[in-house]
Design a protein around this ligand. Structure first.
Ligand SMILES: [Zn+2]
Ligand SMILES: [Zn+2]
Length: 234
């Protein structure tokens, strides 16, 4: 008979011993907290993942550090969580507030973006007041106040996640206020940027090899530029 207390578990990804309460179950093994932290924040299917799946993802996440290092931000949209674009290399990241490079954010190629939309969710809170005896009471009939959250959904084609969902606003916003309008505008700007990124990727994938007038190479232009000399190509 095995005594649970004395069962030593080891991480199937890195081999480290897993401390008490530190275990994350996989479909066919165990994962330590340190390795779990390295997974993509947009990934949510751990329990149904195999050790092999997780190892592949950890390898991809390590590779992603290089992509982050060479990411050249040309445009940033948003207040808290931002959509940051590298338009030259046709990559995007979604970064939480703060120093975005530190978190090894997933670098998403424009070609992997399959769609996006904004949805607005409503929060309802009952209004309360102090009655003459100082008690906290609700109105009869009840009165409610409403606030709203703006969510950006970006659909992506990746082996590890298919939806990046984040809140555009910081604190919930009231309808008709300045913040509400600002959230609408940010949502629109993100959507337009993502749609234009998708169009660019589609153009690229149907691009044909041409002769570069500058260096003479036969090149498939990337973002309108020769892949060898970076000169403008029609
Ligand atoms: Zn581990
Ligand atoms: Zn060239």
């Amino acid at each position: 008979m095995s005594m649970g207390l004395f069962d030593k578990k080891f991480c199937d990804a890195c081999g480290d011993k897993i401390g008490l309460l530190g275990n994350r179950r996989l479909e066919d093994g165990n994962l330590c907290g340190g390795c779990a932290k390295k997974l993509s924040p947009f990934f949510s299917d751990r329990r149904r993942s195999t050790v092999a799946d997780i190892k592949a993802q950890l390898a991809y996440r390590e590779e992603n550090r290089k992509a982050v290092a060479s990411f050249n931000a040309t445009r940033s949209i948003g207040l808290g969580t931002r959509l940051i674009l590298d338009e030259g290399n046709m990559n995007a990241i979604v970064a939480p507030p703060g120093r975005w490079r530190d978190g090894n954010p997933d670098v998403i190629g424009f070609a992997a973006i399959t769609g996006c939309e904004v949805d607005v969710s409503e929060n309802r809170a009952e209004e309360r007041y102090r009655d003459s005896q100082g008690r906290d009471v609700g109105y009869d009939p009840p009165r409610y106040s409403y606030t709203y959250d703006f969510w950006m959904n970006i659909h992506v084609s990746s082996p590890y996640f298919d939806l990046i969902r984040f809140r555009i606003n910081g604190a919930p916003v009231a309808r008709g206020g300045v913040d509400y309008g600002e959230c609408e505008a940010i949502g629109r700007e993100m959507r337009e940027a993502l749609e234009s990124a998708r169009r660019k990727a589609a153009e690229e994938s149907s691009a044909e090899a041409v002769l570069c007038p500058l260096c003479g190479a036969t090149t498939i232009p990337k973002a309108g530029r020769c892949e060898y000399c970076d000169g403008p190509v029609k």
